[in-house]
Design a protein around this ligand. Structure first.
Ligand SMILES: C[S@@+](CC[C@H](N)C(=O)[O-])C[C@H]1O[C@@H](n2cnc3c(N)ncnc32)[C@H](O)[C@@H]1O
Length: 411
């Protein structure tokens, strides 16, 4: 192991989950425990400056930063649903404004539904294979709710009301809800499935309001800036003081399908490239040659022996991660820190040392590796077993640990 790894049980958080500290406002795959960010920022004595998360997902790094006193944060993610969740969590809206809008929305929706003919006046949304994923009753009710959410004038309040809407889309569709990928329920389950869409929405809205008002709003009293973009990271020369992020572990197709998880929500939110997102994420574009330099090259060579196609897919991911690290490194001020929380996935029974790759690439770009902590992984909502040979029934434990890689800009 070229870059030192220290097992640190302090970062295991045994028995704790995301929701025990900071409940998310919306489900999201492979979230980072905010507790990790809080403890590592404290350990490094970081309590001010500009924080960057180049793959921010649902925004746990911003919660960590906020808890440590930071007030200026910048986030990027290609997935619009991720940015929506992050935005809503860190935008201040008063209790009264939310309560008033909820009341109006309720009245509008129920008034409208009194006359069945009204629904015919609304245009159906553009959703791919809509009848495959939703019953006609569900489509009608979702369309009504969406229509009245769209009428909300204030953009921040509208976004807030979209969060439970997006969750309702997922829960009332024919998708199997305990999966990240888009799989349809069995036909026999569909026969017995007739969700009360309006009831589900208003229940979720009530829960979202409670979580927001209890966990988020009190932390938004001082002036904070959370600048969010639904795009890949755009470099800014020596601008950031600290980077705190949990990048993807591999390409979306073979690890966590962030795009697929979010497809129906994104389509209902009006994103016309919703079905293309997984291909746009890290490792989504095929590589023509296998990676042949640096720490990861020997591991890729081992995969090539059994499966050249997989070796090229793995190479594509590391090429993208490497290019992104170069841009991130360039954007950090001298003395600034980069903290990456990552898992080492296994492909074709070869465990890939992504933590070492990250340290190596930062060192190649003006940073010095400070420390890597190894933490036991028991909380992340991820598939921790997979079938690397793609043979049914043959599974191995892939990610028992996660790594917190810390580097500092020195040149
Ligand atoms: C492990 S998740 C981050 C989770 C986040 N820390 C949280 O707690 O919700 C990785 C994120 O990277 C995003 N992503 C993947 N490739 C990207 C890229 N090239 N640019 C920006 N974001 C990307 C995915 O959409 C996903 O939201």
């Amino acid at each position: 192991m070229k870059y030192q790894v220290v097992r640190n049980t302090k970062y295991d958080y045994t028995g704790q989950s995301y929701s025990s500290g900071y409940p998310n406002l919306h489900k999201y795959p492979a979230t980072m425990l905010p507790q990790i960010g809080i403890d590592i920022l404290k350990e490094l004595n970081i309590s001010d400056g500009r924080l960057l998360d180049p793959y921010c997902g649902s925004g746990s790094s911003f919660m960590s930063a906020l808890e440590c006193g930071l007030t200026e944060m910048y986030g990027f993610d290609i997935n619009p649903l991720a940015i929506l969740i992050s935005k809503v969590k860190f935008t201040k809206i008063s209790h009264d404004a939310i309560a008033k809008t909820k009341q109006e929305l309720r009245e509008n929706v129920f008034e409208f539904l009194k006359d069945e003919q009204n629904i015919k006046k609304l245009k159906n949304p553009t959703i791919t294979n809509i009848d495959f994923w939703f019953s006609s009753a569900v489509i009608a009710n979702l369309t009504v709710i969406k229509h009245f959410i769209n009428d909300i004038k204030d953009e921040n309040i509208k976004n807030f009301f979209m969060i439970p809407f997006s969750e309702t889309v997922r829960d009332c569709s024919y998708t199997r809800n305990n999966e990240f990928k888009l799989y349809r329920m069995k036909n026999e389950d569909i026969l017995n499935f007739s969700p009360d869409v309006i009831g589900v929405y208003f229940k979720k809205l009530t829960d979202t309001i409670s979580y927001y008002e209890y966990y988020y709003l009190p932390r938004l009293q001082k002036k904070i800036t959370v600048d969010l973009h639904y795009s890949s990271f755009r470099p800014k020369h020596e601008f950031f003081d600290v980077v705190l992020t949990s990048p993807p572990y591999g390409d979306s197709r073979t690890t966590v399908a962030y795009g697929q998880f979010s497809t129906l929500s994104n389509e209902w939110l009006g994103i016309d490239y919703a079905r293309k997102i997984d291909g746009m994420l890290m490792g989504g574009t095929k590589s023509k040659t296998a990676l042949s330099n640096g720490i990861i090259a020997d591991y890729v060579a081992q995969i090539t022996k059994t499966d050249n196609k997989r070796a090229l897919e793995v190479s594509a991911f590391y090429n993208d991660l490497g290019s992104s690290i170069k841009q991130v490194a360039e954007s950090v001020k001298m003395g600034g820190k980069a903290i990456y929380v990552v898992g080492n996935r296994t492909v074709k029974e070869v465990q890939l040392p992504t933590d070492q790759f990250i340290a190596e690439r930062f060192e190649e770009n003006g940073f010095k590796h400070i420390i890597t902590y190894q933490r036991a992984l028991s909380n992340k909502s991820m598939p921790c077993k997979n079938s690397p040979t793609n043979k049914a029934g043959k599974t191995v434990n892939t990610m028992m640990f996660e790594y917190i890689v810390v580097c500092e800009k020195v040149a």
